[in-house]
Structures are given as structure tokens and as C-alpha cells.
Design a protein around this ligand. Structure first.
Ligand code: NDP
Length: 304
């Protein structure tokens, strides 16, 4: 939120961390050398570098690309990524909604309704549907678990091998093809790194069975949109739900807007409220002040 959210932020932090003075970033009277903690989203490049005594950066969302793109980012300051449990629960809701939409072939009904057609279509039970989740971090693990609880056959893919109850897991490049083989609904919740850029491309889509669907709620850079549109037009991919794009807002002339089998949502998949995010930030600052391990810390070596 903007500056109008300041009274709420002050109330949230004032109650838990009374020794901290909460200030709005662009306040002209901000004493920059006294700023120790920064809670930020898309700060102007170079802004954080000017806070010379900064000790901790908290990204108010899970992605940190908005920070790492800043060439002047003070690299010695630890970064905590938003990891509120409520944010994971909200992402799980979104993924569940999108997967159920595809599972029950709602695209077909949206289209049929437009043509006033009573067009039934066969669908199967969740227990017969294979959903593959790419990325099993804070958000991916929560989404995979929610899908599993709903009855889907769930598999997951991550960089390092993982164990998740009731979920078949694959890891690394070596496990990628086996993960894709038979995945009928592909969900992307990967971190955005040079290795994962453009990972949902023509080759990946071709590996999925015919009629597969794609859900991207991670970052626009993960999906090669022209490849996806080509696979939709060829009929190999049945439908897609996209929450994130290379350019946001998605430009009005982008062909994805008009595609009958793409559902577009405007980067809304996981939005936790201020109270929930505030609780997480308080936990992070307390851990920092106690010299404890920081929650959900960004690792520059891994890139996420
Ligand atoms: P995490 O950092 O917790 O998890 C990232 C996952 O990606 C991990 O499982 C990691 O593997 C995996 N991964 C990273 N690199 C590779 C690779 N080369 N090969 C295979 N797997 C890889 O991220 P979050 O769960 O917090 O966030 C996930 C995504 O969601 C991010 O891109 C974030 O920006 C986006 N997001 C979108 C929102 C929205 O509203 N649409 C809101 C919030 C976040 P491993 O477990 O082995 O480390």
C-alpha cells in the first residue's frame, strides 16, 4: 500500500516493537543514516544504498527480483523474503481455483455459454488427474499439499530432492523429463533465476501429454508466451491460467488478452493482508535483534 497505510503499519509495529520509529520511505525529513530496517517493494534503484546504516531488508513480497535488479543494492545487507503463512495459504487457494477450473474444463463452459450452447463435456475424478508443481518452496509446497488434500495425484519438482507427504517428487535437470511425462496440469511456482528463465517453453510443453493445461503464478519470465500461444493454437495445450507477465500490467495489445483459452489474472495470486505480513516482519526483526537465524532469507549464491 501507499503512504495512507502508514497509520496501520505504525500500529502493527508500535505494539510489538515499541523501540522502533516507523517512517514512510519518501518522507523528506527521513534521517537516512538512522534507518536500520527497510520493508520494501520495488524501491527506486539506488535508494537502499543511500541508507548507509541499513542492517536488514525485508521484501514485502516473496519475490526479490525487484531488489536484485538494482545495481546499487547494498549486497552486504541480508534480505528476508516475505514468508507469512497466510501468503502461502492464499497462493494455495489460487492454485486450487486454477487447477479445478482446468480439471473441470470450465474454459469449455465459458466458451459454450457465450454461444448459448448446452454443451456437456466428460471430466474425470481428481484421483485420476496428475498435477505437477514446479517449485516446492514456501508457496509450491503449500499449493502441492492443498492439491493433494483435494484428491489430485500430485508430483513436484525442485532443485534439491524433497520429501513431501503423499507427493511424488523429482529433482534437478535429470528429473525434469520424468516429472513432465504424464503431467496433465502444470503449475509453476519456481523462483525466478537465470536457470529457470523461459523454462516453460516449446520443448517443455511438447513433453506434456496432449490436452494438458498450464498455470503460472510465479514470474512472467518463466513462460515463453509465444511458445505457449503456439501450443494452445495447435491444440496440444488445452488452456492456461496466467497471473504474471514479463511486462505488468500486460500491455493492452498483447495477444494473450484475446486468447479464448487463456485466463488472465492481474498478479493477484497471493496477497496477504498487512496484519499477516506485519507479524512476519516482526518475527524477522526479532530474530535479527536476537542474533538468531533469519526466516526465509534470500541466498545470493543460489539466486533465490
Ligand atoms: P522459494 O524460494 O521458497 O522456492 C523456490 C522454489 O524454486 C524452490 O523449491 C526451489 O528449489 C525451486 N527452484 C529454484 N531454482 C530451481 C531450479 N534451477 N530447478 C528446479 N527448482 C528450482 O519461493 P516462494 O515459494 O516464496 O515463491 C515462488 C515463486 O512465486 C517466486 O517466483 C515468487 O516470485 C512468486 N510469487 C508470486 C506471487 C503472485 O502473487 N503471483 C506472490 C508471491 C510470490 P529447492 O526447494 O530445491 O531450493
Amino acid at each position: 500500500g501507499g503512504e495512507e497505510a502508514m497509520p496501520e503499519w505504525r500500529a502493527i509495529f508500535g505494539a510489538a516493537l515499541p523501540h522502533i520509529d516507523v517512517r514512510w520511505w519518501s518522507d523528506p525529513t527521513l534521517p537516512r543514516e538512522d534507518v536500520h530496517y527497510a520493508l520494501v517493494w520495488e524501491p527506486p534503484p539506488g535508494f537502499l544504498a543511500r541508507l548507509v546504516n541499513l542492517k536488514l531488508i525485508v521484501s514485502s513480497g516473496a519475490g526479490v527480483d525487484h531488489l536484485t535488479q538494482d545495481p546499487d543494492l547494498p549486497r552486504h545487507v541480508p534480505i528476508v523474503k516475505m514468508g507469512a503463512p497466510e501468503a502461502a495459504a492464499r497462493m494455495a487457494e489460487y492454485v486450487l481455483a486454477a487447477v479445478l477450473f482446468h480439471h473441470r474444463r470450465f474454459h469449455h463452459f465459458v466458451d459454450a455459454q457465450r454461444r448459448r450452447q448446452w454443451a456437456r463435456v466428460e471430466t474425470t475424478e481428481a484421483a485420476n488427474r496428475v498435477v505437477g508443481v514446479m517449485g516446492l518452496g514456501t508457496l509450491g509446497a503449500a499449493a502441492a499439499t492443498a492439491l493433494r488434500t483435494t484428491g489430485f495425484r500430485v508430483r513436484g519438482w525442485s532443485r534439491n530432492a524433497k520429501t513431501l507427504d503423499g507427493i511424488e517428487t523429482f529433482a534437478g535437470r535429470d528429473g525434469f523429463d520424468a516429472f513432465l511425462d504424464g503431467t496433465e496440469i502444470l503449475v509453476c511456482l519456481l523462483a525466478a533465476t537465470p536457470e529457470t528463465e523461459g523454462i516453460v517453453n516449446a520443448a517443455t510443453l511438447a513433453r506434456l501429454p496432449g490436452g494438458a493445461c498450464v498455470v503460472n503464478a510465479a514470474r512472467g519470465s518463466h513462460v515463453v508466451l509465444p511458445d505457449l500461444i503456439a501450443a494452445l493454437d495447435s491444440g496440444h495445450i488445452a488452456a492456461a491460467t496466467l497471473d504474471v507477465f514479463e511486462t505488468e500490467p500486460l500491455p493492452a495489445d498483447d495477444p494473450a488478452w484475446a486468447h479464448p483459452r487463456i485466463l488472465i489474472t492481474p498478479h493477484v495470486a497471493s496477497t496477504a493482508g498487512r496484519q499477516a505480513r506485519g507479524r512476519f516482519v516482526i518475527e524477522a526483526i526479532r530474530a535479527f535483534e536476537a542474533g538468531e537465524t533469519l526466516p526465509n532469507q534470500y541466498d545470493p549464491a543460489r539466486g533465490y
